[in-house]
Design a protein around this ligand. Structure first.
Ligand code: GLA
Length: 709
């Protein structure tokens, strides 16, 4: 049999893509880098994928494609699904282009003459070893073809027997959940119309007991902010496949003659340990020319300080307090626009409220600028309240069935921004306000799920077009305001994904500013997004969401592993608290080049602790944060191994700031490094580690490692 094969390799990962004569490609291998391969080895690996199957399976074994087809003996979610008025339901493509890589990318086209379809599969391996793939489908017939979906897949070896993915809720985003791989399909479907607080984030399959530090793991992520599915299917052959794609409602994407549908990129990452798999995503993002530059501005957001209670005098006072302690960006949250005195009215009426802002936002913006800070503003462009001029005047713009509105959520409805007039109106409003005040930053919110999302013009399901329209709206606003940064917020961390990441600069990870909750939320979220993109704020002493009190150290250490900010009414902070916070801001400013580009190692330690090290690319500098989220099971406990340092170099270890330093009872015997500046090699730190400090629940600390030789 004639089989073509291509070996793509980068960043310690190999992918072998192969295709038999006239057929679309399959992946013969994806995993740890294989080094140089001879042509003979490559051929043999590709051929070996044609394994003899059991009796009563297809006589000619065909490997499962990146776009799997039923005729390949694939009895799960098909690569390409759809129909032409009910006909041609099983697409099968004959390859019409050679299997040739250009650099580390590949584009392969196939046609199904009977179905009158053409498909082009794209595959790309980044320098970091992260792989992504998607496909475009063109209707070459004369009548309408209804797209059912495009799912792409990658094989995972049988030794990956454990699944990790994420779920969550508002104020409790990205909770890890584990399962055992069994024959059948582990399927996560999202029909919320947004990424969601319960987003899969990463669907990982790995060796039993894999951790952040070790154990081979293969993971996927669908880079899309609308409906989607992620799955792992293991049939009775023993080989599992990770797959995913956009989830389309019936009739949502009709293709007229010559029209094309392109599926979202699905990302695949491999690593020995989750940290290694995660770092490939971070490295890809950081290598983008538009990635947020080092020195993420220290931000103050007004939400938990004043909520809807807007008035210029207290906000000026707040801005002054912020600038005095070193804040660099002041963000005015919800409540500034027409009729928005509470969450039951105003969304959609993007005009400065004449009662609250008789002179417009100008005086506040000018004051903030005069204090040397940037000015940011909150919008929720895809939403409207029934009690708004927008909703009253344009019922046809609402994204819900014509005969009934969707059930309200947070007193609001969704605007169908794929409606050209709605899009034009909202784009004009945003651009007018942003350019009028030369606003630096927009917190772009999206507070509800899309329930019964029906386009009132066409009667068709509208999440696909809404999601594209959101990306387009963000692009349109950015093109008109090239200086602008955008933060993606969705009732906290409900829209964090590798689709929207192309058009935003920061994510709001969660509405919970309780550091204890945040330690867990940020750990999960940071597997996908590098910490400089994850907003993390020091809240009030007593967290608004949970009512739990936390020390400044615990709050600041938690926010430090992120894009640092404050969400607290500083006017009520005591002078001592302001000084302490100012001290932390100085620390953050000093350390942010390291934090924003260092590699994150999520340390394995006792269950009551959450700890991580961030290590500079050259290994010369690192910090570790240690946070106690519960009381210890054992005392004094073991050691905290610091991974990721250079084993051959010696580091000076300094306790920067840590709770419990001034222990009133003086009963705690802390390890040696606590009071003395010690020096250890990276090897000793990785193998033995630091003796655990005795921390009470909700105490935290920061340790710095500097190379001395
Ligand atoms: C959402 C956001 C919050 C805040 C409010 C304002 O809940 O997640 O941070 O902006 O909206 O209404």
């Amino acid at each position: 049999m004639s089989t073509d094969a291509v070996h793509l390799t980068a960043g310690g990962v190999s992918v072998i893509i192969a295709a038999d004569a006239g057929t679309m490609p399959y992946v013969a291998y994806w995993g740890r880098g294989l080094g140089e391969l001879s042509d003979a080895e490559l051929q043999q690996i590709a051929q070996d994928a044609h394994r003899q199957w059991a009796v009563s399976t297809p006589d000619l074994p065909v490997p499962v494609g990146v776009l799997p087809e039923a005729r390949q003996g694939w009895f799960s979610i098909p690569g390409v699904a759809g129909h032409r008025h009910g006909a041609v339901p099983f697409a099968a493509f004959a390859r019409v282009t050679p299997l040739l890589a250009s650099g580390r990318s590949l584009e392969v086209t196939g046609i199904d003459t009977a179905a009158a379809l053409e498909v082009t599969l794209h595959l790309e391996l980044f320098d970091s070893g992260l792989l992504r793939t998607r496909a475009s489908l063109r209707n070459d017939g004369v009548d309408e073809y209804t797209v059912g979906g495009i799912d792409v897949t990658m094989p995972v070896p049988p030794r990956a027997t454990e699944i990790l993915d994420f779920s969550g809720r508002h104020n409790g985003e990205r909770r890890p959940q584990r399962a055992v791989v069994v024959d059948g399909t582990h399927l996560r479907e999202n029909r919320r119309g947004r990424t969601g607080p319960d987003a899969v984030t990463l669907l990982a399959a790995g060796e039993p007991g894999f951790t952040e530090e070790r154990g081979e793991v293969w993971a996927s992520h669908v880079g899309w902010s609308g409906n989607q599915r992620s799955w792992l299917h293991r049939g009775n052959s023993g080989t599992a496949h990770l797959g995913g794609g956009e989830l389309l409602a019936e009739g949502e994407v009709p293709l007229l003659a010559g029209e094309e549908y392109t599926s979202p990129w699905v990302y695949f990452t491999y690593g020995d340990g989750l940290d290694a798999a995660s770092a490939r995503i971070h490295d890809m993002l950081r290598a983008r020319p538009g990635h947020p530059p080092i020195g993420r501005p220290i931000t103050l957001n007004t939400w938990e300080a004043v909520y809807f209670d807007h008035a210029i005098a207290p906000l000026i006072e707040l801005a002054d307090a912020a600038s005095e302690i070193g804040v660099e960006r002041f963000v005015l949250d919800d409540g500034w626009f027409s009729g928005r005195r509470h969450d039951r009215a105003g969304l959609g009426d993007w005009f400065e409220d004449a009662d609250v802002w008789p002179h417009g936002l100008g005086p506040l913006v000018d004051h903030v600028r005069s204090r040397g800070m940037q000015f940011g503003l909150w919008f929720e462009p895809e939403m409207t309240n029934p009690d708004s001029e927008l909703a009253r005047q344009h019922p046809d713009w609402i994204l819900s069935p014509i005969d009934r509105d969707a059930p309200l959520a947070r007193q609001q409805l969704v605007v169908n921004i794929a409606h050209p007039e709605a899009f034009a109106y909202i784009a004009e409003r945003l651009i007018d306000i942003i350019t009028g005040h030369r606003i630096d930053y927009v917190k772009w919110d999206h507070n509800r799920d899309l329930v019964e999302p029906v386009d009132r013009l066409t009667g068709r399901a509208g999440v696909h077009r809404q999601t594209h329209a959101t990306y387009r709206l963000m692009r349109t606003v950015r093109e008109a305001c090239p200086w602008l940064e955008i933060e993606s917020c969705s009732a906290g961390g409900g829209r964090i994904d590798l689709g929207i990441v192309d058009v935003v600069d920061r994510f709001w990870s969660s509405d919970s500013n309780d550091p204890l909750e945040r330690q867990r939320i940020q750990r999960g979220t940071s597997l996908l997004m590098p910490v400089e993109m994850l907003g993390a704020h020091v809240g009030a002493h007593v967290a608004h969401v949970t009512g739990r009190a936390a020390s400044m150290t615990f709050r600041a250490v938690t926010a430090l592993v992120g894009s640092f900010g404050i969400e607290w009414d500083l006017r009520e902070a005591t002078p001592a608290e302001r000084d302490e916070l100012a001290g932390w801001i100085t620390v953050v400013k000093r350390l942010r080049p390291l934090i924003e580009r260092g590699r994150q190692h999520r340390l394995q330690t006792e269950p009551q602790l959450v700890a991580q090290a961030i290590v500079a690319a050259d290994g010369g500098h690192a910090v570790a944060t240690i946070a106690a989220i519960d009381s210890p099971h054992h005392l004094p406990g073991g050691h905290l191994r610091i991974t990721g340092l250079d084993p051959e170099r010696t580091y000076r270890i300094e306790r920067v700031l840590i709770d419990g330093a001034a222990d009133p009872t003086a009963s705690r015997r802390q390890p040696l490094w606590w009071s003395d500046t010690l020096e250890f090699s990276g090897r000793v730190l990785a193998e033995i580690g630091l003796g655990l400090p005795t921390l009470r629940p909700q105490e935290a600390g920061l340790v710095e490692f500097t190379v001395v030789s």
